[in-house]
Design a protein around this ligand. Sequence first.
Ligand SMILES: NC(=O)c1ccc[n+]([C@@H]2O[C@H](COP(=O)([O-])OP(=O)(O)OC[C@H]3O[C@@H](n4cnc5c(N)ncnc54)[C@H](O)[C@@H]3O)[C@@H](O)[C@H]2O)c1
Length: 324
Amino acid sequence: MNTRPSLNGRTVLVTGGAGFIGSHLVDRLLVEGAAHVVVIDNLFLGSEANLADALASGKVTFYRDDAEIASSLDYIFERHDIDVVFNLATKALNYSFINPANAYDTNVKVALNLLELQRRGRFTTLCHFSTSEVYGTAVYEPMDEAHPRNPTTTYAAGKAAADLAVESWVRMFDLDAFIVRPFNNYGPRQNHQGLLAGVIPITAVRVLTGGQPEIHGDGTQSRDFIYVADTVDAVVKLFGVLPSGESVNISTDNQVSISELITRICAHYGYTGEIVRKAARPADVQCHNASNAKVNQLIAYQLTDFDTGLAQTLEWYRDRIGAR
Ligand SMILES: NC(=O)c1ccc[n+]([C@@H]2O[C@H](COP(=O)([O-])OP(=O)(O)OC[C@H]3O[C@@H](n4cnc5c(N)ncnc54)[C@H](O)[C@@H]3O)[C@@H](O)[C@H]2O)c1
C-alpha cells in the first residue's frame, strides 16, 4: 500500500545533488517523471559534471550554494514551489579527521534548516539520508534498524544527531519525514581525488596511475558494499511506502573485507606489484554487517552482484583516468 503519491509531476529539491549518490538520484528522479528537480550543492566535493546529462534535460536547476545557511535555502523556496526534499548534503567522513567540528555541523545544520522549513509548511515530504556510520562497530550482527547508535567519528555523530532531529520533529510537529540509511556505496562518479576519496576510487586511481594500493590496519575490517544504482532504486521505491518517522537500512547480504577488496581491484587491472601496509586509522569501524530484512519486506529489492558492479565501476575510472 502506498503511503504517499508518486514522484511523477512533483518538484523536488536535492541537497548535495551534485555529489556521488545525489547526482544518480537526480537522474533517477527525471526517469520517475519529476516535473522539476532543483539542486543545491556548494561543490565542496561534488561537481557540475556529475549533472551534465540531467542539466541537458532542461528540467534541472542547479544552485551552487550552501544549505548550511538558512537564507540560502529560503531564497530557493521563494523561487520554486517545492513538494519533496531529499537531503544528501554532507562533507565526506574523512573530512571529520581534519575538521571535526565542521563535519559535524554540516550534517546537523542542513537537517535543522530543512526541518524548520518543513515545519513552516514550505514542503510536504522529507527523505533524509543517514549512514551506517551512525551504528559504529557492530555490537550484534547483522545490524538492524534497532542497533544502538554508537558513532565513532564526529561525522557520524553529526549524522546521528540529524537522525534524532528528524525523529523528534516528526513526533512534535507531525511532519512527513523518513530516514534512509545506506551502507557503503560504490559506483561511477564517486570522488576519486584528494584526501576525501573513498577506498575503491582511491585504489583504482593509484593502480591506474602507476602508484601502489594501500591497506590501513590488518585489512580484516569489512564493509557492506552496495552499488549506487541499487541504493537510488531502493530510495525511490521506499518513498512510496516507508511510514513517516521510520528509518531503513539500505544494504546487501554481503560483507567484503578491505584486503579482499584491494585484491579484487588489483586483479581486475592486472596489477601484481606491492600492496603497502599503513597504520590503522583511528576510529575506523571494524565491521559493518547489515540486516536488510526490513527493506526486503517493504519493496521489490534489487541488488547488483558485487563482481558486476565492481567491474563496471573500475571500467568507469579507467575510461576517465586512462592507463592500465
Ligand atoms: N557514499 C556512501 O557510501 C554513503 C553511505 C551511507 C550514507 N551516505 C550518505 O549519502 C549522502 C550522499 O553521500 P555521497 O556519497 O553522495 O557524498 P558526496 O560527498 O559525493 O555528496 C555530498 C554532496 O554534498 C555537498 N555539500 C557538502 N556540504 C554542503 C553544504 N553545506 N551545502 C550544500 N551542499 C553541500 C558536496 O559538495 C557533495 O556534492 C550523504 O548524506 C551521506 O552521508 C553515503
